[in-house]
Design a protein around this ligand. Structure first.
Ligand code: 0L1
Ligand code: MG
Length: 260
């Protein structure tokens, strides 16, 4: 069996993103790739991007819904990183030519005012440390053929991170019950999904607490200034040229963009 070369696998995933082409999942050649291996590849990918001058906006949590965890047969969500080049202004457009097979999901983002150092971080500590929350739509665009992967594969691929559109309005986290925030996701006016913030691990702040505790295992922290995606409130929906995507998060605001 081929030896796992973390750096060259990260380079391969990065090139696939740059060249907007699908690759075969890593576990095809490396069936014993572990979750830990996946994060080792992700770390190489993140440092490669940083070396190219890209800046981390913040971590993101993925696979936070019961449905996605069941589908992947996992007990724990995963994390990845959002970079500056992934940000698209609200009400702007994304270009299909820049992406492979994108899907959109509505999320709640947290702007951290204080560091959070796990283990043992709680939802209450997250709500105290967060300065603001804001609405977001994440575009996930797995680099793997047909969006088919195992858990270590998707971790290596930076949790499918591709683009993010943040809403315009910042809200204090204590100003509303984040688990009760109603969310609708429409594409071309058609209601695709309706959900509440509780779809994210019971409460979106639980997801940030889990992130802080997962990072703590590696001696890392959630940092003041991080803007963190807490996970999909809605399901993720495939996008096509001409689509107009509108996510309304009750009390937080609206995110809208078009696909060219
Ligand atoms: O943000 C996410 O929940 C994506 C996690 C990766 C799984 C996928 O690409 O569907
Ligand atoms: Mg997501």
């Amino acid at each position: 069996m081929a030896e796992v070369n973390y750096q060259s696998l990260a380079e391969c995933l990065h090139q696939a993103e740059v060249e907007k082409r699908e690759v075969i999942r890593i576990t095809q050649d490396h069936p014993h790739l572990s979750v830990e291996d996946g994060y080792r590849i992700q770390e190489e990918l993140v440092s490669l991007k940083c070396g190219l001058g890209h800046r981390i906006v913040g971590p993101k949590m993925g696979l936070t819904s019961q449905a996605k965890m069941r589908q992947m047969n996992v007990a724990e969500p995963i994390y990845g990183y959002i970079f500056d080049y992934m940000q698209v202004p609200n009400h702007a457009s994304i270009s299909m030519a820049d992406l492979i097979h994108p899907k959109a999901e509505a999320e709640i983002a947290f702007v951290m005012g204080k560091d959070l150092k796990g283990p043992g971080i709680t939802k209450e500590q997250v709500l105290e440390a967060a300065e603001y929350v804001l609405p977001a739509v994440e575009i996930i665009d797995s680099r793997y053929k047909n969006f088919k992967f195992t858990l270590p594969d998707v971790i290596a691929d930076n949790a499918s991170s591709s683009r993010v559109i943040f809403g315009d309005r910042l809200t204090r986290p204590g100003d509303l019950e984040l688990d009760l925030v109603g969310v609708t996701l429409r594409i071309n006016g058609e209601l695709k999904d309706q959900a509440a913030g509780a779809a994210v691990l019971g409460h979106p702040a639980e997801s940030i607490a889990m992130l802080a505790n997962m990072l703590a295992r590696k001696g890392q922290t959630v940092k003041a200034g991080d803007v963190i995606l807490s996970g999909g409130v809605s399901e993720a929906y495939r996008l096509a040229i001409g689509d107009v995507v509108t996510a309304v998060l009750d009390g937080l605001g609206t995110v809208q963009f078009t696909v060219n």
